[in-house]
Design a protein around this ligand. Structure first.
Ligand SMILES: Nc1nc2[nH]cnc2c(=O)[nH]1
Ligand SMILES: [Zn+2]
Length: 486
């Protein structure tokens, strides 16, 4: 299967560098970028790939390709209450909203329906790779894998483990948790797909015993797979961790001693990490998922991206749905910029607002750095930067076709707007209405309103149709459910 596109491509191959690749001919062969040529070499390149001029998809004015967005932190079974439950701090939020929501995914039908909606929503927003925390129970996580597989997304997925300090009806024994975690890994690997990576997922230090954390680290080593958790997120969490593990200085040292800091580990938040913690993470090759919107609601500090990058940390960007109230990575980019400006504003306030000094600017990032975090940064954080994150020959084609002139779109283009202006408008003002097509591994998985899924996956029970919503006829929302076209 060969695809040929001619037009503009934009990407951020390194932090602070955004390249506008104008009038390029890009050939995608068997899912990978086989050639990036300048437009004036079209005829010879087409000949080389036995293509004719009519095989070329020519982008219109205002259209361009962007690398697929990479969300490095999402809680799949929290999708149900996304956009609500913003009134309490983290530890209370978990008990009041989160655990009940996650527990309710035990209902097979509900899990099937909700996970399909989740994956579709993320694909619509241009998230070609998502890093999912699943729920405690094994079955809903298998359903999540099936949904991702059928709908064509790339993902890192983990079954959550929690064997202490949790509600009685939403907790497992250490033994059962380890057994289910391994079974989940085996289930995912049995799908023999190159775009879903199983992940070991101790929820966070307070809900995991030492035995569980060490056992999970052993499973990760056995299968050489990813690990994800939450680290130094907020005062409530950090204080509780210190109370449970007074012998360790910080979360980072607990995780390290458990064997959970590896070069395939991705830790969410890290707003309260010290420079010493960051250096330890860097030494281990561990990355951090920066979740600015969630941190504004549930955190107690702003993550200093530039400081972390300067120390050599790999940083990706995450929505942290539902702690973050938006599933959009464009929103996450904007929030990362705002987060950096809060750091500047804070310094100014501390100085009494009298004088702007150069040290106030060191934390500030622009939309270009935000885009890097949402693409290449995420790819590096997940150790998949040899596959995705930018447009490079040999990489897989995970990409979004964007149209700044989309009909009914959320912003306007004016005479005199340069291509870069148009692009900046999309990052700052755009939404799913501007995302015309979504590609993963060179397969178009969404076009317009239609989810095409992965046609190579047979016998799926996942609903590819649009416009369905769950309607509950009982307060609990579990007994009697039907699906209604909205
Ligand atoms: N933001 C966030 N932090 C957590 N820490 C432990 N669990 C969670 C969660 O679900 N969300
Ligand atoms: Zn989280």
């Amino acid at each position: 299967m060969i695809l040929a596109f001619r037009g503009n491509f934009v990407h951020t191959p390194s932090y602070g560098q955004m390249d506008m690749l104008l009038d390029k001919l890009v050939i995608v062969k068997e899912g990978k970028i086989a050639r990036i040529a300048t437009g004036d070499h079209e005829s010879e390149v087409l000949q080389e790939f036995s293509l004719s001029s009519s095989d070329v998809r020519r982008l219109r004015e205002g259209e361009f390709f962007l690398p697929g967005l990479i969300d490095t932190h999402v809680h799949a079974p929290q999708y149900k209450f996304t956009g609500t439950g913003t009134d309490v701090p983290l530890m209370e939020w978990l008990r009041k909203y989160t655990f009940p929501s996650e527990e309710s995914y035990k209902d097979r039908e509900a899990a099937q329906h909700r996970h399909a909606l989740l994956v579709k929503r993320f694909l619509s927003n241009g998230t070609t790779t998502a890093t999912y925390f699943g729920s405690l129970h094994l079955e809903p996580n298998k359903i999540l894998v099936d949904s991702i597989l059928a709908l064509g997304q790339r993902a890192v997925v983990g079954k959550v483990n929690m064997d202490r300090e949790s509600p009685e009806d939403y907790m497992e024994t250490t033994e059962q948790g380890l057994k289910d975690a391994e079974e989940f890994v085996q289930y995912t690997l049995s799908k023999k797909t190159t775009r879903i990576y199983p992940c070991i997922t101790p929820r966070f230090i307070p809900t995991c015993t030492v035995e569980s954390m060490k056992g999970l680290a052993a499973i990760a080593r056995k299968y050489n797979i990813h690990i994800q958790s939450h680290i130094s997120e907020c005062c409530g969490e950090v204080n509780f961790s210190r109370h449970l593990h007074p012998e360790y200085k910080t979360d980072a040292y607990v995780f390290d001693d458990m064997g959970l800091l590896t070069d395939k580990t991705l830790m969410a938040h890290g707003t309260l990490l010290t420079d010493e913690d960051i250096k330890l993470l860097v030494e281990r090759g561990t990355s951090v998922s920066h979740c600015p919107l969630s941190n504004f609601f549930l955190g107690d500090a702003c993550f200093r991206v530039n400081n972390a990058m300067k120390l050599g940390l790999k940083v990706g960007l995450g929505t942290d749905v539902a702690g973050g109230i938006s599933p959009s990575m464009l929103s996450a980019i904007r929030m990362a910029v705002v987060n950096s400006r809060c750091l500047r504003a804070h310094k100014l306030a501390v100085k009494g607002g009298l004088e702007v000094t150069p040290d106030m600017e060191v934390d500030v990032i622009s939309y270009k750095e935000g885009l890097y975090l949402a693409t290449m940064g995420g790819a590096k954080a997940l150790n998949i930067d040899n596959q995705v994150g930018s447009f490079e020959e040999g990489k897989e084609f995970d990409a979004l076709l964007v149209d700044v002139n989309a009909e009914g779109g959320p912003f306007d283009i004016f005479d005199g707007d340069t291509i870069e202006d148009q692009f900046e408008k999309f990052i700052n003002l755009g939404d799913d209405r501007n995302i015309l097509e979504v590609y993963v591994q060179g397969v178009m998985v969404k076009q317009g309103d239609v989810f095409l899924g992965d046609s190579t996956i047979k016998g799926t029970s996942v609903d590819l149709a649009n416009g369905k919503r769950e309607v509950s006829t009982s307060d609990e929302g579990q007994q009697s459910k039907r699906v209604k076209a909205s």
